[in-house]
Design a binder for this molecule. Structure first.
Ligand code: ATP
Length: 133
């Protein structure tokens, strides 16, 4: 299969610059798989896993929303945050999950439920992706 350039960039810097044969990601409209020759595309990403595949390697990353762009046979993901499975701090994600669940279970008027729900989704996503290392 044909390899193409993949880059994943966050406000903190570049997380991936490598060639792969396939990129799978979760967009607002559903899961997407990109291979060489894919039509140009820009799609918003939700909190979810990104999977990068080539013959002898599969990489999993947790991303927290952003955009995926396919152009000139190159895939660029601009993400709010992105961590490779191996770099995820599982204890931190578990703590974040507990914090978010606690916030969601204590109904205080000043509490921003939507924000707590997003924090919960980020934590669960990181825990899921960490299980792929
Ligand atoms: P926390 O409450 O633990 O900070 P968060 O979901 O609020 O979690 P983010 O705002 O999404 O954190 O991310 C802030 C920075 O910390 C980003 O650079 C992100 O990659 C990193 N990060 C967050 N959680 C983890 C984790 N469990 N393991 C590794 N890096 C993490």
């Amino acid at each position: 299969m044909n390899e193409f350039d993949v880059s994943i960039v966050t406000p903190d810097g570049s997380v991936v610059t490598e060639k792969f044969e396939m990129v799978s990601a979760r967009t607002a409209a559903g899961d997407i798989g990109v291979m060489a020759g894919h039509i140009p595309l820009v799609a918003p990403l939700t909190i979810g896993a990104v999977r990068l595949k080539k013959a002898n390697k599969t990489e999993w990353l947790a991303v927290s929303g952003g955009f995926l762009e396919v152009r000139h046979d190159q895939v660029t993901i601009l993400a709010q945050s992105a961590e490779r499975a191996e770099t995820i701090d599982l204890a931190r994600a578990q703590e974040a999950k507990k914090r978010a669940e606690h916030r969601l279970s204590t109904k205080v008027e000043s509490m921003d439920d939507a924000r707590a729900d997003l924090a919960l989704q980020r934590a669960i996503n990181r825990m899921n992706v960490a299980s792929h290392r």
